[in-house]
Design a binder for this molecule. Sequence first.
Ligand code: 7TS
Length: 414
Amino acid sequence: MEGATRPLDIPENISFIEAFPILKREVNGHKLVYFDNAASSQKPRQVLDAIEEYYFKEHSNVHRGVHYLSQLATDRYESARERMRKFINAKSTREIIFTKGCTDGINLVAAAFAKKHLHEGDEILITEMEHHSNIVPWQMACDDKGGKLIVANVLEDGSLDYKDLKSKLSDKTKLVSVVHISNALGTVNPVKKIVAQAKKFGAYTLVDGAQAAPHGGIDVKDIDCDFYVFSGHKMYGPTGSGILYGKESVLEGMPPYQGGGEMIKTVSFEKTTFNELPFKYEAGTPNMAAAVGLAAAADFMDDFGVGNIAQIENGLLQYATERLLEIDGLKIIGTAPEKTSVISFIVDGTHPSDIGAIIDKLGIAVRTGHHCTQPLMDKFGLPGTCRASFAAYNTFEEIDSLVAGVKRAVKMLR
Ligand code: 7TS
C-alpha cells in the first residue's frame, strides 16, 4: 500500500519494535503477530528496566520509614504519582489514586460513591457498549441501595445514540458512567459533550478510559469529569497498575473504600480518623513497583510521541479495514465515524473462535468471544466476534499475515 510505511515525522533513532523484547519470539513456529493489544499490550524494555531497577536498588515499604531505602521508595512512588498526574493533566496529585487497574477503580467509586450519594429511586446511566467492569459494579450498587440502572442505546454502526442518552438523563440521574473508547467496537465517545450534558442535571460523571489510555492525550481538566479510570497494562505498563482520577472536592466528600494501614490518621478502638487524599483511598502497602513501571510507560509514550502513536495506529486501522473487507462474507462490527485501532469482525458461515484457533497456529494472536461486553453482543445478535486490536509496534506486513491467515481459515471452515 502506497504510503503505508513508517510515518516520516518519527525520529529515525526511535524503533518501536526494537523496544519490545517479546515481539522477537516465535509462536507455533511462526513469528509472533500480536493483535490482542486491547486485552493487554506488550511491555517495552524501558518499563521492564524501571521495575528491575526499583527492586534491585530502591525497594522498601513507603510512607513509614525514616531509613534511607524507605525514603527512596517513597520518593519513587510519589514521583510516579506526579508523572501520572501529568499524563492526564489533573490539577493535583491528591486527585491521583493508584489502583490495581480499571476494574479496581470503578469498584472503588461504585462502593464509596453509592454509600454517600445513591439513594432509593436514584438512577445510574450507562450505555449498551460498556465493558462488564462498567456494568456489574453499578448493578451491585443499585441492588444495595435501591437504585436503578438505565442504559443508553448504541446505533447499528456502533456509535452511541447520543439523543437517546440525552433523553434518559433526568433529575433522578445520580451518575453517568461511560466508556471513552469501546473495547469491542473501537467507537470513540464524545465524553466531553456527555459530561457537560450530565452536569445540567447535577449528575456526577465517570469515564472508563481503559482503551483510551494507550493512545495518550487525555486531559481530565478539559473533559471535566468527576472520575476517570484506566489500567496500566493496556498502555505498555505493568499488570496490577492503574489510576483512579477523582476531582479533589468529590473524593473529599466520599467515605473511604477499604480500611487498613496507610488510609488512617489515628486509630483507637473507639474511633479512627482517616488520612488525607490520596492516601485515604490507598489502604495497605501499595504496589510500588507497578507504579514505577506505569510512570515509565507514560515516559515511553511521551518519548515516542502520542501524535506518532496515533498516526501509526490510524494508518494500521485504515489499512486493516480495507484489506479485511477483501474477504468474502466478512463483516466489521463497529464502523462509527470516530473510531480507534480495534477491528471486530465476523465471517459468514464461520464461528469467531474457530478462526481465532486456526490463525493462532500461524502465530497470530487475536481475541475471540464477547470481549466482556455480553449485552452488546446480545444486542447485535452475535455469540461474539474476532477482534484484532493494534498498537504502535504493529506493522502493515503483520496485517497482510492476518488477512492471509483469515482467508486460509475461512477456506478450511467453509
Ligand atoms: N473497561 C474497558 C473498556 C476495557 O476494555 C477493559 C478491559 C476494562 C474496563 C477492564 O480493565 P482491567 O484492566 O481492569 O481488566 N478489556 C479487555 C478486553 O477488551 N479484553 O480483555 C480485557
